[in-house]
Design a protein around this ligand. Structure first.
Ligand code: CMP
Length: 139
């Protein structure tokens, strides 16, 4: 497996509890290089656009309201096998099912307020990176 990039978000439930730094420390401990990083507040429309793939799902309205309720941190992360590795470090979407030691097991409040997001494939990583960053942001 070669060097890959993925898009991570630290969600409003985590920024509100001042655990942004703990999550970023874990990211670095797991061998990711932070290639780009921004803290911002999504509008409802931006959250709807980011999660457009889920627009038919019953949780779409609540999810996009939550994701626009406070600041998020978007990060572009790089390492070998970054997409799968970040999903492993995050743990399962539902924190009750997340493995011990994963970020969601440690910090997530519930299925929605699950502290972190990660791209699920190279194609989505490319789209999600472009959603937050442009050429001059990548270091
Ligand atoms: P995320 O990895 O950001 O992708 C979609 C998000 O929708 C997910 O994390 C959760 O925050 C949220 N969500 C809420 N309910 C569900 C559900 N039933 N299944 C999947 N995702 C859900």
């Amino acid at each position: 497996m070669s060097i890959q990039q993925t898009l991570a978000m630290i969600k409003p439930d985590a920024t509100a509890r001042n655990i942004t730094g703990k999550i970023i420390a874990r990211i670095e401990e797991e061998g990711f290089r932070i290639v780009a990083m921004r803290k911002l507040k999504l509008s409802k429309e931006m959250a709807e656009a980011f999660y457009a793939v889920h627009k038919e799902r019953p949780f779409y309205g609540d999810l996009t309201a939550f994701m626009s309720s406070g600041p998020i941190v978007a990060l572009c992360l790089e390492r070998e096998d970054a997409i799968a590795k970040w999903r492993e470090v995050m743990g399962a979407t539902n924190p009750e099912k997340a493995a011990e030691g994963t970020i969601r097991k440690l910090f997530a409040l519930d299925m929605e307020k699950n502290s972190v997001h990660g791209s699920d494939a190279p194609e989505t990583a490319a789209v999600e990176k472009a959603f937050f960053f442009n050429g001059i942001d990548f270091l």
